[in-house]
Design a protein around this ligand. Sequence first.
Ligand code: AMP
Length: 509
Amino acid sequence: MGRIIGIDLGTTNSCAAVVVDERKVKLIPYRGGEYTIPSIFAVDAKGHELVGHEAKRQWQLNPKQTIYGSKRLMGREYDPQTAHRIQEYFLYGIEKDEQTAEVQVAVAGRQLPLTEVASKILMKIRDVASDYLQEVIDRAVVTVPAYFNDRQRQAVKEAGRLGGLEVVRVINEPTAAALAFGVGRARDQELVAIYDLGGGTFDVSIIEIRDHVFEVKATGGDIFLGGADFDNKIIDWVLESFTLLHSDIDLRKDPIAMQRIKDLAERSKIDLTARKECAFNIPFITMTPSGQPLDIDLILTRKQLESRTHHLIERTIVTCERVCRDAGVHPHEVQHVLLVGGMTRMPLVQKTVTKYFGHSPSKQVNADEAVAVGAAMFAWSLEDTSHGQLQLLDVIPMAIGIEDAQGNLHKIFERNDATPNAKKMVFTTSLDNQLNLEIRIYQGDSSRARDNDLLGAFDFSGIRPGPAGAVRVNICFTLSQDGMLSMSAHDTDTGTQMTTKVQTNAKEA
Ligand code: AMP
């Protein structure tokens, strides 16, 4: 059997790593020598499928058939409001998959579930790793945002399975970064905050490290807050400035112009990390109705960028406050702050985080690589336990519960409950000769069940016939180490096991 590699499946970029010998972690390079692969899938005009750098190279000219930033929609139920908001900036088609009620994308006349898009990216990473290591790679530890719910985690496992890659464990990105920082430090006990602002998601975790044990005290985040939202603020500014000069032209209707603006918006944001201002020039962006070519010719300053995006950074601090509260920790008690994700290079992010935690972030981990490095270390610890297996004591990011008769969420697991975990509940039949029991499981922190994410409707059948209230069914809810839910049920009096059927598109039922 080949080695287990660690994969950071990012919203913007993905990265893989492996332990080569005795704790030495190596990032797996792509052909051109880069250590990251853009998480982009495209179909070109000839129908060829492209993944990674090849897909990114052509995205300005082929914006509608180029799928990027799709990870945060994976495993999510289609919701017209979110789709509409995202569609303003994403140029490819976002639709509802009628079978699963999840989001799917339209590319080159085909409808693709997002698990398939993720699967193509994972396969590319696996092929690059197999070529580099000269062995068949078919197992990986894959990281996900800590704030991913059960359904999104299941989707990542499914994406691996579709391409023949066994996802042996799903671990949280901040936890992986803590591993990259903490393995081999040999300190008694340290309290670490991991602030992870990437291309599409934000996570923060407070983790206590004791030798080989990494115990997550609390976690929180936002799967709709990341670099893309900062880019969108720059895009809005460009469009507003352009409209002031040419009120009769709507650039939003021109996908190629929008993709060029998007591309430069991201590059300008990155430039403004090192500079106070930069030119925002795009020649021949469009034509006037009379056929005259028009350019975009602007100057963007760091101050302007900060004034348009500081509220996004403040939103991350609100989450940090909640997570510190949940962990029972004052921010100044945290000994090390680790910054993970490309967006943490932005000076205002660093300044704001430093102010909140009361000291400067640690320079000991690389913001782009720490997650893949930690995943590889964990993969290695699963294979080779001779050095004492790393112990991850993680938590679930949001409560999990069932819908009660009033439509409220009856919590089975609370937010920040530890994994693995198990709870039992006894249900009593409410009808004479009731033969099955349907329960709807939701994940989220709202007290109204339907305001949370539906994980599925579970139908337990094979209940013994009897008068209402006479038959009791015991359901055991089990959370795996990956934070994933499974269930089993039996008749409390006879011990007979029931069979379960899961229906994920239960809202339609
Ligand atoms: P990640 O998901 O960690 O790869 O983060 C990618 C995000 O970080 C993208 O939105 C990038 O535009 C952003 N990013 C990368 N480098 C920088 C930088 N130097 N300054 C600001 N943002 C950056």
